[in-house]
Design a protein around this ligand. Structure first.
Ligand code: SF4
Length: 218
């Protein structure tokens, strides 16, 4: 593994066996696309808009629900800040491990920076310590080097609220510790045992002959 993305780290945490199928064996399984479609359209539109592309024709392709979400994003005070980057791929090295991923958007107020993540579904249960939060804040901290303020903002369009995580030195140390531990656990694993209760809803369940899975269907 030469780059640990938030998605890779999350998959392993959910189920090492699933990680094995996806990232070692490189087996991809069809998953329900409908849940992602709405989010994908809003993300694409948001990216074009921030980059100054004329989106008037694309906007007409949105359905009523998507239009409401899009207008909520346009009205969001963080989305209205000065554009810095959009759909920005960033990586950095923490000890022996490269981490990184693609950030929805970065905006700023002078020398204050905000990572934006638009959510059309729910935000993570523990946003402060979600891998996405930790990886992106650590990467942007190293990329910017000099700044007055840095925060991660989950824009929760469904519940019309923002969840803001302010980055600081204490969080940085904790994030580094957690990321190094997660990457080193993955790197040293050779067995990929499952430890999940969610097999029933897993797209790999047809491949998997895990004992937990069999017990659930007895
Ligand atoms: S079916 Fe269960 S054990 Fe198998 S990959 Fe999915 S979550 Fe993991």
């Amino acid at each position: 593994m030469n780059n640990f993305s938030p998605n890779i780290l999350k998959t392993y945490e959910t189920c090492p066996k699933k990680f094995y199928y996806q990232h070692i064996e490189k087996i991809s399984m069809p998953s329900s696309a409908s849940a992602f479609e709405k989010g994908k359209k809003i993300h694409a539109l948001a990216n074009y808009f921030l980059r100054g592309v004329n989106i008037s024709r694309i906007e007409t392709a949105l359905n009523d629900e998507e239009k409401i979400l899009w207008n909520l994003l346009l009205d969001n005070s963080f989305y209205q800040k000065e554009y810095f980057k959009s759909e920005f791929t960033l990586s950095c090295k923490i000890e022996d491990y490269w981490i990184g991923g693609r950030i929805d958007a970065i905006v700023r107020d002078d020398n204050k920076y905000y990572i934006l993540d638009y959510k059309t579904g729910s935000i993570p249960k523990n946003p402060e310590y979600d891998y996405q939060t930790m990886v992106y804040l650590l990467c942007l901290d190293l990329y910017l080097k000099n700044y007055d303020f840095l925060a991660f903002v989950y824009i929760d369009l469904k519940n019309k609220q923002n969840h803001v995580i302010e980055f600081n030195e204490t969080l940085k140390q904790e994030y580094e510790k957690r990321i190094i531990k997660a990457c080193s656990t993955i790197t040293s694993d050779t067995i990929y045992n499952c430890h999940t209760q969610n097999c029933k809803y897993c797209e790999y369940s047809k491949l998997c002959n895990c004992e937990d899975l069999n017990e659930q269907y007895l």
